[in-house]
Design a protein around this ligand. Structure first.
Ligand code: IMP
Length: 199
């Protein structure tokens, strides 16, 4: 049985990515926890040395929980392209370079895909809830779709404008953010976390 988070608890969000913070805060809003960002506490952004999403989420959540003395939630996520063997995957943020230019990152994806017939791709989100005593709970969500080019829409963040989720008529850069929030990889991981650790 998963460890639960007490109602009214203070929870650190161990992310420095404004797009992810926005989405996680919105997902957390209906639940009775007080959310504080790692940036507001002056916590550093840890390295992400693990070869998988769950391992990186665990490193980030544990670092924030131990540094703050509070439970902490971290997301490690990425964009995976079938024709690229799952790349950029865990290094999705790095493909955008030091200027975090996702126009460049998306152009690299399309360039490396070339004329590959398989245009399928997916997003993964691993969420880890960690406590200062070292206990962790980890959950993973995935959403499948296809790559489109050129990128479409200005909503969302990261690779959203080139991703058309299965069953949608617009990319994550075009559809209502509330719709993405309800069905995305992050929402799916989050639903598992809420069921296991809240209430
Ligand atoms: P990290 O989890 O901080 O390593 O960063 C993951 C990277 O994956 C982000 O910087 C985005 O580029 C990408 N990513 C993760 N989730 C999403 C999403 O929901 N939409 C678009 N890009 C995403």
């Amino acid at each position: 049985m998963a460890r639960r988070l007490a109602a009214g608890a203070r929870l650190v969000l161990a992310s420095h990515n404004p797009g992810k913070l926005r989405e996680i805060e919105a997902l957390m809003a209906p639940h009775r926890v007080e959310v504080i960002s790692a940036g507001a506490l002056g916590l550093p952004e840890p390295e992400e040395p693990a070869p998988d999403f769950a391992g990186n989420a665990r490193i980030k959540a544990l670092a924030a929980a131990i540094a703050s003395g509070l439970p902490a939630l971290a997301d490690d996520s990425g964009f995976c392209v079938s024709a690229l063997g799952g790349a950029p995957g865990v290094v999705s943020a790095r493909w955008a370079g030091p200027d975090k230019d996702f126009g460049l990152a998306m152009a690299r994806v399309i360039r490396e895909m070339g004329a590959a017939a398989d245009r399928t791709a997916w997003f993964i989100s691993a969420l880890c809830l960690a406590w200062p005593d070292g206990h962790t709970e980890t959950f993973e969500g995935r959403v499948d779709g296809v790559c489109v080019w050129p990128p479409r829409g200005t909503l969302g963040f990261g690779y959203d404008p080139m991703f058309l989720a299965a069953g949608e008529t617009g990319t994550y850069g075009e559809i209502d953010p509330a719709r993405k929030q309800a069905t995305s990889h992050r929402a799916r991981a989050f639903a598992q976390l809420i069921q296991a650790c809240f209430g």
